[in-house]
Ligand binder design. Structure first.
Ligand code: URA
Ligand code: CA
Length: 441
């Protein structure tokens, strides 16, 4: 087999065989095929696309390029959740404890933030001592003992994806559904959970800007998961404005604590209930979504979900006092309130722009090795469709850098679009994609 012939075949619109896909993934991962040939192949895939079979084979080849995490030592049906990335997306920190409190093992390998989107591992590191790197033994032991474990992905999972993703990033070949879907799903499938729920974000703060695109991506990923015989469903959800009120690491931990105590922002809690009830059905813990929601609400009201967060923190060597008393979490020295200059309704609050403001304050990384200010971030006091008067607070800026804080104050003032009431109220969830089809809400 020659890589030249594979490139030519895809260039001319052909369908690659399973062997051809395995060949290029194996040999690229090993360093036997140079970047320039794979760049050409990626561009051919970008233009001529891959069909379902090719996409599934590509995913399988990527899963097989590295280590797999065997979860068969954990009792019961294991569930995993993945979001395609957003601003203020605190869901994992709330959903995980809620699900674990229902005696369903929630096992997740998470990532760090990049660009304007946050990452669960960074958020967890605002808790003193919290260990995000676990050995496989610790990961399995914690999952068995307390039904929850959230850690970083070990080094040799899907090495093919790591190389391909870096190459796509610099060759303008990221935006292809088969390439995105196989990249995301290979990382999920290398970890042997039984059921996967995908939260596909759409809107200004997301990767997918239109609902149609998001549904296509959701379909592609559900196809792959189903092809792997894993129960996989996807919700397509709104990321036009940030999720919840807090954006920033320690601020989001505080928001997670409040939500687990039943006092969280409505949109965030509602999304957790939706995702959670569907996960409980997939895990065969309940018969339908309604009973799932009821069970989850019970776990919030009884305090069991909050106690799960305490257990998670304790098992991963974090300081539980910070969870019991969130005042102890890292706190910024300066607090600036952004005041409204106008009266009316919030029409728009661009998530990506708000994410960039949080990034400027130091809550994320400008480059891979920037140092994060765990205490920095933004707390929104008004969201889309809320009414506001002149002089009312739109948002709080938490910062240790007055100059940057002032800059962000200006920016946020412009990002809040205020005017007449929107004709159509915003939607939180646009639809659901399962192996049986698409349902639009
Ligand atoms: N996230 C990934 O992991 N891969 C992609 O290709 C896009 C987003
Ligand atoms: Ca949030």
């Amino acid at each position: 087999m020659r890589i030249y012939d594979i490139i030519k075949k895809k260039r001319d619109g052909g369908e690659l065989s399973t062997d051809e896909i395995n060949y290029f993934i194996t040999n690229y991962t090993n360093g036997n095929i140079p970047d320039y040939q794979i760049s050409a192949l990626l561009m051919a895939i970008y233009f001529n696309k891959m069909n379902k079979r090719e996409t599934l084979d590509l995913t399988k080849a990527m899963v097989n390029s590295g280590d797999k995490v065997d979860l068969s030592g954990i009792k019961g049906l294991k569930v995993d959740k993945h979001s395609t990335g957003g601003v203020g997306d605190t869901v994992t920190l709330i959903l995980g404890p809620m699900i674990a409190a229902c005696d369903v093992p929630f096992v997740k390998m998470s990532g760090r933030g990049l660009g304007h989107t946050g990452g669960t591992l960074d958020k967890l590191e605002s808790i003193d001592g919290f260990k995000v790197e676990l050995t496989n033994e610790e990961f399995l032991r914690n999952s068995n003992n307390i039904n929850i474990s959230i850690c970083s992905q070990s080094a040799n999972i899907t090495p093919a994806d790591k190389k391909l993703y870096s190459l796509r990033d610099v060759t303008a070949t990221v935006e292809n559904l088969s390439l995105i879907a196989s990249s995301i799903m290979s990382k999920k499938l290398a970890i042997g959970s039984d059921a996967i729920i995908l939260d596909v974000k759409v809107g200004s703060g997301a990767f997918m800007k239109s609902i149609d695109e998001a549904i296509s991506l959701a379909k592609e990923m559900v196809n792959i998961g189903t092809g792997y015989r894993r129960e996989t469903i996807a919700l397509v959800t709104n990321m036009d404005e940030p999720l919840g009120n807090a954006i920033g690491n320690a601020l989001e931990i505080k928001e997670a604590i409040e939500t687990l105590k039943g006092n969280g922002p409505r949109d965030l809690y509602k999304l957790c209930l939706q995702l959670g009830s569907k996960l409980l059905v997939l895990a065969k813990r309940v018969e339908n979504g309604e009973s799932g929601k009821k069970l989850l609400e019970e776990k919030i009201n009884s305090g069991e979900a909050f106690n799960k967060l305490i257990e998670l923190v304790k098992y991963q060597d974090g300081d539980v006092n910070m969870i019991r008393n969130p005042q102890l979490l890292p706190k910024a020295k300066i607090l600036i309130e952004v005041k409204s200059q106008k009266e009316g309704y919030i029409k728009q609050l661009n998530a990506e722009e708000v994410g960039k403001c949080a990034l400027k304050l130091g809550s994320g990384r400008e480059t891979m090795d920037s140092i994060i200010d765990l205490s920095a971030g933004i707390v929104l006091k008004k969201k889309v469709d809320d009414k506001v008067k002149i002089g009312e607070t739109l948002a709080e800026i938490h910062t240790n850098n007055l100059e940057k804080g002032k800059e962000v104050e200006q920016n946020l003032g412009d990002i809040f679009k205020i005017g007449e009431k929107n004709k159509e109220l915003k939607k939180l969830i646009y639809g659901i994609v399962t192996k049986d089809g698409i349902q639009i809400y």
